[in-house]
Design a protein around this ligand. Structure first.
Ligand SMILES: CC(C)(COP(=O)([O-])OP(=O)([O-])OC[C@H]1O[C@@H](n2cnc3c(N)ncnc32)[C@H](O)[C@@H]1OP(=O)([O-])[O-])[C@@H](O)C(=O)NCCC(=O)NCCSC(=O)C[C@@](C)(O)CC(=O)[O-]
Ligand SMILES: NC(=O)C1=CN([C@@H]2O[C@H](COP(=O)(O)OP(=O)(O)OC[C@H]3O[C@@H](n4cnc5c(N)ncnc54)[C@H](O)[C@@H]3O)[C@@H](O)[C@H]2O)C=CC1
Length: 442
């Protein structure tokens, strides 16, 4: 029977590994070897990674790939992508190359407002609370000046604070609902610091507000936190071209392709089962760039999916139409991103990614990330509505399958050549490899 451990966090990295290896693995030495082989030989670099999180025992590598040829508002980018799934980078690259000759991606930042809330409980007369809020509002701004000073100088800060009555949904529940402009920062720390200051001022000032009865003056602050739902931090991305220009090969007529493509998008607009997978395809592109640029993909994921449900049912993030023989494919997506703060100035590969993108502002990064998402969606839908997804995906997945079978470099070369003209499936790869090995042994 395994026992819990006390004080694990205080152990050294080596002692943590020793304990894990001894407790959970039948072959403790191999486990230790598997864990420590990913340590970086540069101790300073390793320490930097160790200190990103807590109880770090090793590094977990993700491939860092690039998708070239992204023409966004007339500027050419090579987009860095950190992702484990085969075919995503290839798909983004292929879509970028396709749209390169058709005007590229047109993007526009619609808004950059972020939101934070102080959630509190008040048992009393709402009119008195409203009056108190009006009186205290200037002091909420004033008391947070030590936090907002530099952000204000840069052109950002607190935009507004509102009192919201939520008692119809939950007894005694109110909010201070604040909006912020955080410029090049994702803003979590700035917003949370402001909110905690609002909460402090709000609670203490309530104690001295003359109109409140004794019970009313004791406001209970439940929590102060930014929201990852950012429907007003929105970017738009679009591609379009005459339908006749959609043709690449002659397997499907451009008009038929455009119609089928639009139908596929319409299905995702009205059918949640399909919409989730459709949007997953978009997030293939978005998450990979968000990760490579050191941004918070959980925050982005949560916000994007909430946005996809904003009309009461989960729906497609992207839309398509054919008007006057012009094909148009677009989406609006909420993205709270930073190009300063967080990991952006710390992780050496994030610095590489940001330099590769020409040191973008947060607004520029929103547009680049959105283009990667739309490109991915275009590539997936083109495959789905023409060849089927498996052909391209399995072609890219071939190397993983060969690695699983411990194929040698020479075997890989022969098998890849074989599958240039044959359909890749797990059983076909296994059969081809075993044939090759049998022939060699005879
Ligand atoms: C996979 C491809 C691109 C093959 O497409 P292909 O036509 O066989 O590729 P190709 O060999 O003719 O090359 C054309 C271009 O594709 C790119 N490309 C091609 N191969 C590579 C490679 N090895 N490394 C880097 N880039 C590559 C590259 O840009 C290349 O141009 P070049 O560089 O030669 O000038 C195509 O079939 C495709 O786009 N498929 C879609 C794949 C996809 O969406 N994958 C995501 C995983 S599936 C999923 O999770 C989501 C999904 C699909 O369920 C979402 C949904 O349902 O909506
Ligand atoms: N719910 C959530 O999403 C939460 C996320 N986080 C984490 O917070 C981190 C991001 O927080 P941030 O506050 O963005 O990072 P941060 O606090 O590390 O850096 C941002 C700071 O950089 C400074 N700055 C310098 N130049 C600037 C410019 N041009 N524009 C704007 N600010 C500039 C400002 O002081 C700003 O507050 C992420 O790692 C995220 O994972 C933390 C708590 C909750």
């Amino acid at each position: 029977m395994r026992k819990p451990i006390k004080g694990f966090s205080k152990l050294s990295k080596l002692d943590k590994i020793e304990w894990i290896a001894a407790t959970y693995f039948t072959d403790a030495d191999s486990a230790k070897q598997a864990i420590t082989q990913y340590w970086n030989t540069d101790q300073k670099l390793q320490q930097l990674h160790d200190e990103f999180i807590e109880n770090t025992i090793t590094n977990y590598y993700l491939p860092f790939g690039v998708a070239p040829n992204f023409l966004i508002n007339g500027k050419l980018y090579t987009i860095p992508m950190a992702i484990e799934e085969s075919s995503v980078v290839a798909a983004a690259s292929k879509a970028a190359k396709f749209w390169l000759d058709r005007g590229g991606f047109k993007t526009e930042v619609i808004s950059t407002t972020k939101i934070g809330q102080v959630h509190f409980m008040y048992n009393g007369d709402f009119d008195k609370l409203r009056k108190f809020f009006k009186t205290v509002k200037p002091k909420l701004f004033e008391d947070s000046q030590h936090i907002t000073k530099s952000m204000k100088k840069r052109g950002g800060g607190i935009l507004d604070i509102k009192l919201i009555n939520k008692t119809e949904a939950l007894e005694d529940y109110y909010q201070l609902h604040a909006t912020f402009e955080t410029l090049d920062a994702m803003g979590a720390n700035f917003i949370n610091s402001c909110l905690e200051q609002f909460a402090k001022t709000f609670k203490s000032e309530a104690l001295h507000f003359d109109d409140f009865l004794e019970a009313e003056s004791h406001i209970q602050i439940v929590m102060s936190i930014l929201s990852n739902y950012v429907p007003d931090c929105l970017v738009k991305v679009e591609v379009s071209c005459p339908v006749k220009d959609l043709s690449e090969d002659h397997s499907i007529a451009p008009h038929d392709f455009a119609q089928k493509f639009v139908q596929a998008v319409k299905i995702a607009e009205i059918e949640p089962y399909r919409a989730v997978t459709h949007n997953k395809g978009i997030m293939n592109g978005i998450d990979a760039v968000v990760l490579a640029t050191g941004n918070d993909f959980r925050a982005v994921e949560a916000g994007v999916h909430a946005y996809a449900s904003r009309q009461g049912a989960y729906s497609s993030l992207s839309h398509a139409e054919i008007v006057d023989d012009v094909f148009r494919f677009w989406m609006e997506i909420p993205l709270a991103l930073g190009t300063v703060g967080g990991l952006t100035n710390l992780h050496p590969l994030v610095k590489v990614a940001l330099e590769m993108l020409d040191h973008p502002t947060a607004k520029e990064l929103m547009q680049i990330v959105a283009a990667a998402g739309l490109a991915q969606n275009f590539a997936a839908l083109r495959s789905l509505t023409t060849t089927g997804i498996q052909e391209g995906h399995m072609k890219m997945h071939l190397m993983n399958m060969l690695n699983q079978q411990n194929a040698t470099a020479q075997e890989k070369e022969t098998i890849v050549a074989h599958f240039k003209n044959n359909t890749v499936t797990h059983s076909a790869v296994e059969a081809a490899l075993s044939n090759l090995r049998m022939m060699r042994n005879n």
